[in-house]
Write a protein that binds this ligand. Sequence first.
Ligand code: PNS
Length: 171
Amino acid sequence: MLGVSERVRRAVCPGSYDPVTHGHLDVVARAAALYDEVVVAVLHNPAKQGTFTVEERLAFVESAVADAGMSDQVRVLSFADTLLVDVCRDVGADVVVKGFRSGTDVAYELPMALMNRHLSGVETVFLPGEPSLEHVSSSLVKEVVRYGGDVSGLVPDEVRDALVTRLRGDH
Ligand code: PNS
């Protein structure tokens, strides 16, 4: 019988977020429209040097989430050396939401989704990437900035400015 469930439906949007892009934020906003709560899980490996520290990545996501008016529904947390399925268990989520763009993304994402379901039963819901952001990824954005290109509109302005300082020095 159909009934009104009291259970909070919570989704995890995982990633390295090094740094967050408008592609990530589009997926988070769309996950927030589908679920009661969203946990943005910034996953990192302390042995691997990223472009930004985990504290910087968290701060960028938090301020973008606040600017988008999503703070009531979206929490941003970091996890080190952790399986995604354990993150889901710890925050009480039974679904992972991810965006996918190209066939390459599917080849990369599908084994992880199947492994996560194998490990704990957690399902992964894939949202098709917004076409205008199809070309946006953290790694491409960094490459463009490194060689002098402009990434305005692809990442929050604060992230763009931090990338220029970090990857090009002060000029
Ligand atoms: O933004 P990214 O780098 O594509 O994110 C990949 C991430 C962090 C989501 C993925 O590497 C991950 O889930 N890491 C956690 C470790 C884990 O659970 N590995 C097994 C997945 S099958």
